[in-house]
Design a protein around this ligand. Structure first.
Ligand SMILES: NC(=O)c1ccc[n+]([C@@H]2O[C@H](COP(=O)([O-])OP(=O)(O)OC[C@H]3O[C@@H](n4cnc5c(N)ncnc54)[C@H](O)[C@@H]3O)[C@@H](O)[C@H]2O)c1
Length: 438
């Protein structure tokens, strides 16, 4: 089953991680990496830093760390950059986000204060609740993309970077449906010159990234790089892309629990999910048009895991409701409740209640780090286009056209690890295990 492996360029030199949006997730990522580099904290929640991978048979006892198995950039070789509509440096932005304690931030204050965001590409209509001053001007959207391309090139030279990766961790944009301007590169570029309102700022960043040969990961539910024009462009330029929407809090719990319920053929009448959240993300999502993007991304998960068309008696009629309420006192410390109405043998009804007192950005930061490191690996391994093996990190994984996304977190993890084994020419693990009984 093993192949000879894939040629992977070494992770030499510096890796620049450019973050679109310098808010709660991004500052928690940057401060965290600085703290980890100094030995103040551990990279908990990060598969690239703490995860292992089994190679060969169970009896081989060969379980290296993932970072020792595939060539990933070292944390010491990472340089961060960012764009934001506010000009606060990362220290002020982190204080403002209120995720990490002042004591911790003060220990890495120098590195944070030196990270000043570049001017953003922003359109008020896409995020109505925010009003920033650090915004680029241009006579059309193509000109804005060209300014971003210049930013990217300048960042790379100024910081002596060997490679770059871009991660969208900016506010969720309003819901946009795919339309004719998104269907081909030509239509998309024409729409950029025409300043068409259907070209979202996030799409302009994605376009600039791909044109610059830089992998792009989308941490929010916006359509962004999940349109034919940009997937074609990524293929053409041999650039890795992936999205959408970091899988943290409630959706993480859903994709852990739902496969378990289904594995035991327990039926589902309904799954009601509600959240209170008081950070800036919560404020943006308080606008119905922005919430719609999140809702669509959150709702897709159960349909795909339970497969109502295959199991009509168990999952044919369940109702799935998702709410997010903006509630300032909680800040980034979200509380997510789930009420799950299930039924078992002979149709007898049962209930499960979950109350997850989580911390949104604490859950998201390690995902952003892993994505940046794995996207850099993918690029060095010449893996162009949509990186479905990174579905593990997303609420609404991007796939090839016509392919349904895999949401079950355990299948996603197996897919990710088998992709790493494949890259290195190791046997894939099927869990068949008959050989132990020969
Ligand atoms: N934290 C989580 O658990 C989680 C999970 C999934 C997805 N997300 C998504 O990640 C994103 C970031 O979350 P957050 O909590 O850090 O939000 P945040 O509001 O703290 O930060 C977002 C930042 O993006 C900036 N911004 C908005 N539009 C921009 C643009 N066009 N260009 C550059 N900067 C722009 C804002 O000024 C803000 O500083 C959101 O879209 C959120 O929905 C977060």
């Amino acid at each position: 089953m093993a192949n000879k492996g894939v040629d992977i360029a070494p992770a030499e030199g510096k890796l620049g991680i450019l973050l679109v949006g310098l808010g709660a997730v991004s500052t928690t990522l940057v401060a965290g990496v600085e703290a980890i580099k100094r030995g103040i904290s551990q990279p908990i929640g990060s598969l690239t830093q703490m995860g292992t991978i089994r190679l060969g048979k169970r009896t081989d006892n060969n379980v290296p760390k993932i970072k020792d198995f595939v060539p990933l950039a070292n944390l010491d070789d990472i340089v961060f950059g960012a764009w934001d509509i506010f000009s606060d440096n990362a220290y002020d932005a982190a204080m403002n986000a209120g995720v990490l304690e002042k004591d911790l931030l003060n220990q890495v204050s120098e590195q944070l204060a030196s990270l000043k965001p570049m001017a953003a590409v922003f359109e008020q209509n896409y995020v109505k609740r925010l009003h920033g001053e650090n915004v680029k001007e241009g006579k059309n959207k193509m000109e804005l993309a060209e300014q971003l391309i210049e930013d990217i090139a300048k960042f790379k030279t100024d910081n002596g970077c060997d490679r770059l990766v871009i991660v969208w961790a900016a506010s969720t944009e309003i819901y946009v449906e795919e339309s004719e301007v998104h269907t081909s590169i030509e239509a998309f570029e024409k729409a950029m010159y025409d300043n068409d309102s259907r070209i979202a700022p996030s799409m302009i960043y994605a376009y600039a990234a791909i044109k610059s040969g830089v992998p792009f990961a989308n941490g929010a539910p916006n359509l962004t790089v999940d349109i034919p024009a940009l997937t074609q462009l990524a293929d053409q330029h041999k650039v890795a892309i992936c999205g959408k929407d970091f899988k943290t809090g409630q959706t993480l719990m859903k994709t852990i629990l739902a496969p378990g319920l289904k594995s035991r053929m327990l039926g589902l009448d309904g799954w009601y999910s509600t959240n209170i959240l008081g950070n800036r993300d919560g404020e943006v999502l308080d606008d119905p048009e922005n919430f719609k993007s999140k809702e669509v991304s959150k709702l897709s998960v159960l349909e795909h895991i339970f497969q109502p068309e295959v199991y009509p008696d168990l999952y044919g009629q369940f109702s799935h409701v998702v709410r997010i309420n903006y509630y300032p006192p909680r800040g980034d410390n979200k509380e997510g409740w789930d009420n799950i109405d299930i039924f078992g043998w002979l149709g007898y009804k049962m209930q499960i209640k979950i109350d997850f007192l989580c911390r949104d950005s604490i859950l998201a930061a390690p995902l952003a780090l892993d994505l940046a490191l794995f996207m850099d690996l993918a690029q060095r391994a010449n893996m162009k286009g949509v990186q479905e093996w990174l579905s593990f990190y997303f609420k609404a994984p991007q796939t090839a056209p016509g392919l349904y996304p895999e949401h079950d977190i355990f299948i996603q993890l197996m897919k990710l690890k088998n992709t790493l084994r494949h890259l290195k020419g190791e046997d894939l693990i099927t869990h068949l295990g008959l050989e132990y009984y020969d």
